[in-house]
Design a protein around this ligand. Sequence first.
Ligand code: MN
Ligand code: MN
Length: 283
Amino acid sequence: MNYPLSPKNQLDPNSVALVGIPCDENSSFMRGPADAPKCIRELLHSGSSNTCAEDGTDVGSSSRFVDVGNLSIYNSANCIPQIESGITQLLNQDVRVLSLGGDHAVTYPIVKAHARKYGNLNILHLDAHPDLYQEFEGNPFSHACPFARIMEEKLAIRLVQIGIRTLNAHQKAQAERFGVEIHQAKDWPPSDPSLESVLHFDGPVYLSLDMDVLDPAFAPGVSHHEPGGLSSREVLRIIQAVKAPIVGADIVELNPKRDPLGITGMAAVKFLKEIASQMLKDG
Ligand code: MN
Ligand code: MN
């Protein structure tokens, strides 16, 4: 893996670009995810594990997997338009982008950039929370709101959420308004329809992975501990079961302040390798 690439360098088309987005200004409860890109890279390169995905793809040795460093954010109080423009610049080079958040607020501008390139985007969203609030504590760009912004701007043709376990009346109404397909953690894994049919998509998929989809026993390093979540294996099974092309993805909400042993960070590294392998497949 080349690391980091000068932003001046032109990327080869069909590369998968790993980019860090060090932003957590829109977090409602606790700061910290801005330090996640640095933490995930350190663990990826620590020698603790190898860089192979479970299908045997060594993403670390692929010349098409390129770490482009962090997006430059000049005014952190106004990060949303800067993220959209930074991701657009990468997408204009015909690469696929794997973003490391940051809190979940980064997903709205990232998806906005992708929707301009892909008119028929499906979103697969793994999270304890639906993140569908119309606004949260007065902030429409809060990390509790990105999927309300995405759906009201019709940036996706389909939104499938898995792992949800905090569905309140407001967000349930929002989900109905936007036609969101919610698979709550209490009903996971599904028996009818099957996991394969839930994860069947027509057209390109954007994968948004909030680390708190995992049970806090597997991933204590997140701002919002929500018991009753998925296991690491269940999340891996979901990633590996997607057959449609994954054209973009993010891994968000790792909070290194709550992850002194790096357990959650290594889970993020594991997911990074699996997602990168999927994204490299259809290049
Ligand atoms: Mn989230
Ligand atoms: Mn969450």
